[in-house]
Design a protein around this ligand. Structure first.
Ligand SMILES: Cc1cc2nc3c(=O)[nH]c(=O)nc-3n(C[C@H](O)[C@H](O)[C@H](O)COP(=O)(O)O)c2cc1C
Length: 428
């Protein structure tokens, strides 16, 4: 059986599955039950100065029958006293010395505030710290969370303050509510971060009630933007992880977060550079026991590939992720419809005819039976027909022999004018 242990910047854990800082890690009772269920680590619900929460707090997006395809919250950091949390962290660590407990922290952007809280949480034996520069609501209005996390200079400064006193590894948790996440990732590295974690939640408004015209959720008839997470955010999170992983100045381990619901999602994040992963929404939706399937699935996957340790897959797909300008312009695929499997629903024809390249013909065979055929010479290989097709195996995307040698846009431009820039005149 493959070795599932990870070591993220010095934080050791029996497997790569951690619970993210959120309601599932709100108390010692919960974290201990999570460890018993199999979770390798837990990032405690963010600690800081006392706050007040509102009711209600959550809303979810159901899509085509799938409950909780996306999840939204307007909850703040822990509403339990710091002393109580610290006592429970101490007890939990004593009971589970080999599991990772990371204290998530959020305080005002003041040096003495960071020094004070770091000392207090390290005194109770945490394995690491995670600085929450990501919470998009409530705390941001007070200069904390995303308000700090959107300004690279503040990320760097506060990370530096923490590193002045921290004895355990420091993970900086990044907000996705920013144009270029590598800017804040780099700032965290410059401040001395030992690792980064991403993503926190995305600014969102879940909906509006058509009868009352209230926002969803609302608090006594008023709403405020919340933080979006769950399966719907996975592609956004995966891209951000990949962008950080391939950035030359972001050279610390990554803890991947965002829409991870099963072992396959976790493997994708690890292939794209994450040393381990964190999960919130999936645990809130299905409970702690999902980790059993995650461990078993990951273990079987590694065994089936003959991979001895989960660490061996970290970052393996990063070299395959690049800029558009590095893609081969002369690589071609086309759609091919398998008439044996096709049910003639015409969805591919409609999609291609109305919104793509009008290259799927409706034909009739000698017996008068209609069928669909792709005019391959006109197909651009966009994938749309295979995406809308409801039947597995009815449409294959096939690589066609190339007529020209590989050439990227960047190579083409360099050959044309010795420059990698596009030289588009935007003044006209
Ligand atoms: C209700 C709720 C509360 C959260 N509270 C915190 C928090 O206190 N600190 C923090 O860093 N992230 C918090 N998060 C964000 C999660 O840790 C995580 O980054 C995010 O939910 C994305 O992961 P997911 O798609 O697996 O849910 C919270 C998320 C939810 C849904």
């Amino acid at each position: 059986m493959a070795d599932l242990r990870i070591n993220l910047a010095g934080i050791k854990s029996p497997n790569p599955f951690w619970l993210a800082s959120a309601p599932p890690t709100n108390s010692g009772y919960q974290v201990q039950r999570a460890f018993e269920a199999g979770w390798g680590g837990a990032v405690w619900k963010t600690l800081g100065d006392p706050i007040l929460n509102v009711s209600s707090r959550f809303a979810a997006l159901s899509f085509n029958g799938q409950r909780v395809a996306g999840f939204n919250n307007i909850e703040l950091i822990t509403d339990r006293p710091l002393d109580v949390n610290l006592k429970e962290i101490y007890e939990t660590k004593k009971k589970f010395p080999n599991h990772a407990i990371i204290a998530s922290l959020m305080v005002e952007p003041k040096q003495e505030k960071w020094h004070e809280i770091v000392k207090r949480v390290e005194d109770v034996g945490v394995d690491g710290l995670e600085l929450n520069f990501g919470c998009p609501h409530g705390m941001a209005e007070r200069g904390m969370g995303a308000a700090s996390g959107q300004v690279p200079a503040l990320v760097e400064k506060q990370t530096y303050w923490v590193k002045e006193v921290a004895k355990t590894p420091v993970i900086v948790k990044l907000t996705p509510n920013i144009t270029d996440i590598t800017a804040t990732a780099e700032a965290a590295c410059n401040g001395g971060a030992d690792a980064i974690s991403l993503i926190n939640t995305i600014n969102s408004l879940m909906g509006v009630d058509l009868d009352t015209w209230n926002t969803i959720p609302h608090v006594a008839g008023k709403g405020a933007h919340g933080g979006y997470c769950g399966p719907a955010v996975k592609p956004i999170a995966l891209n951000m992880v990949a962008e950080c992983a391939r950035h030359p100045n972001v050279n610390v381990p990554i803890s991947g977060i965002g829409g991870i619901s099963n072992w396959k999602d976790a493997v994708e994040f690890m292939l794209m550079g994450a040393t381990g992963v964190q999960v919130c929404t999936a645990a809130m939706h299905h409970g702690f026991r999902i980790v059993e399937d995650m461990i078993e699935g990951l273990s079987n996957y590694l065994d089936s590939k003959g991979i001895a340790s989960v660490s061996d897959i970290v970052g393996k797909s990063v070299p395959k992720y690049s800029d558009w300008g590095d893609l081969d312009l002369n690589y071609n695929i086309v759609a091919r419809i398998n008439t044996d499997v096709c049910i003639n629903c015409n969805k591919c024809h409609i999609a291609c005819e109305d919104t793509s390249h009008q290259c799927i013909d409706m034909l009739t065979d000698a017996n008068g039976k209609s069928y669909l055929k792709v005019r391959e010479e006109d197909c651009v290989g966009c994938n749309l027909c295979s995406i809308v097709c409801p039947v597995d195996g009815a449409i294959d995307m096939i690589e066609v022999p190339r007529e020209l040698p590989p050439m990227t846009w960047n190579e083409r431009q360099a050959a044309l004018n010795g420059s990698l820039t596009c030289n588009v005149d935007v003044t006209n």
